[in-house]
Design a protein around this ligand. Structure first.
Ligand code: NAP
Length: 253
């Protein structure tokens, strides 16, 4: 597993690229959307809370980035036909997709498995793995239209080593790691699409606060601090790298 925390992106790294970010309204997804736009990408902001997406849209416009697009979608309850409609809309508007950052995520509850609620388990699996998998299937034809497309799935340290009480969240991230191995192997000799997993590591967001309420947020890296690896994996400097596991920051000691 490697980390590119010292990577320095050129200002026009993502110029003329169309990049979709899920969960773009808050936390790490918001930072990635802003950074991608700042480096020249046309960013499609996908998420479930339109006001948050609109704020990010305005921030991108204020930065002078290419005009973004908003795509409201709640992974809970999203169907295959929603993903097909999304692919049709993006095809009509853009004709291709050069990058896809699967970032949206749900923590669920940190609780002993014996007490884990079955409905919540299903929700976490839907948002963290099942929805992103079917969305990827719908978007593959558009990704194939790109000269050099990058798909990034967001993982977690509990998706690489199980930890007590992390339940569906941990299992969904293990499934993410497995799916990326399968997809990368399938795509290896066929296309120009690379697919990798990225573990952000402990980062100062609402999700981290929910998981570790007693922790001092000042001890954590911010979403902006961890963007070098997000930029490296999305841009052409990582062309040819596929099926790998990355960390956005060194592990905490
Ligand atoms: P966050 O601040 O809670 O942001 C999560 C994002 O996902 C929000 O934009 C949220 O939208 C969106 N989202 C949640 N449920 C959704 C749904 N049903 N449909 C569409 N969008 C949905 O969390 P974060 O820390 O930035 O996490 C980003 C990713 O990094 C996640 O995949 C998480 O598992 C992973 N991660 C984070 C850490 C960390 O320390 N922060 C560590 C390891 C992995 P709303 O704002 O509208 O709710």
């Amino acid at each position: 597993m490697s980390c590119k925390i010292d990577y320095q992106a050129l200002p026009h790294l993502l110029e003329n690229r169309v990049v979709l970010v899920t969960g773009a309204g808050d936390g790490i997804g918001r930072a990635a959307a802003l950074q991608y736009a700042q480096h020249g990408a046309t960013v499609i902001l996908l998420g479930r809370t339109i006001e948050k997406l609109e704020r990010v849209y305005d921030e991108i416009e204020a930065l002078g980035g290419p005009q973004p697009a908003i795509f409201p979608l709640n992974f809970e309850g999203a169907t295959l036909s929603d993903f097909d409609d999304m692919a049709k809309t993006l095809d009509k508007e853009f004709g291709r997709l050069d990058g896809l950052l699967h970032n949206a995520g749900l923590l669920g509850r940190i609780t002993p498995f014996e007490q884990y609620d079955a409905e919540l388990w299903e929700q976490v699996m839907q948002v963290n793995i099942n929805g992103p998998v079917w969305m990827t299937q719908a978007l593959l034809p558009l990704l194939k239209q790109s000269d050099d497309a990058s798909i990034i799935f967001t993982s977690s340290s509990v998706g690489r080593k199980g930890r007590a009480y992390w339940g569906a969240y941990s299992v969904s991230k293990f499934a993410t790691e497995g799916f990326v191995e399968v997809l990368a192997d399938e795509l290896e000799h066929q296309t120009n699409i690379r697919v990798n997993t990225l573990n952000p590591g402990a980062t100062r967001t609402q999700m981290r606060r929910s998981a570790y309420p007693g922790e001092d947020p000042a001890t954590l890296r911010t979403p902006n601090d961890i963007m070098p690896t997000y930029l490296w994996l999305m841009g052409p400097d990582s062309t040819g790298v596929s099926g790998q596991k990355f960390d956005a920051q060194p592990a905490r000691v």
